[in-house]
Write a new protein. Structure first.
Length: 124
């Protein structure tokens, strides 16, 4: 029985490794953003030469804003967003999403940029 368990565990590990290798992982693109105000509006400009996908959440209402932002374009959350309780965002190459669910329970990891970007969109 232990030999079967060992073989099953090895097979599952190989399957999981194959699935992980099949998903292309890219680094986040937070360096393309510099958050601030422009003309009284809060947001950021994509300073990179390729489109990025931004997920944004104000903690007060926990509403997620998702938008692809072309190079040089401005991203701003809704004008009525209450940012007094704080906020978080992720920035990935367009067509990619964070490898952790973009939700308030993951804010500690997201706020310190502990995520990568995957072509799949798990739990978004």
């Amino acid at each position: 029985m232990t030999v079967r368990c060992c073989l099953l565990a090895c097979a599952l590990a190989l399957l999981a490794a194959g699935n992980a290798a099949a998903q292309q992982v890219k680094a986040h693109m937070e360096a393309c953003t510099e958050w601030g105000r422009a003309g009284g509006a809060f947001g950021t400009r994509n300073s990179c030469d390729r489109p990025i996908s931004i997920l944004f959440m104000a903690f007060a209402d926990q509403h997620v804003v998702e938008r692809d932002v072309p190079p040089g374009a401005w991203f701003g959350p809704a004008a009525a967003s209450d940012l007094s309780d704080g906020w978080m965002f992720t920035a990935c190459p367009a067509g990619y999403a964070p490898n952790i669910r973009f939700a308030i329970e993951n804010k500690t990891a997201i706020l310190v940029s502990l995520y990568n970007c995957l072509a799949a969109r798990p739990g978004v």
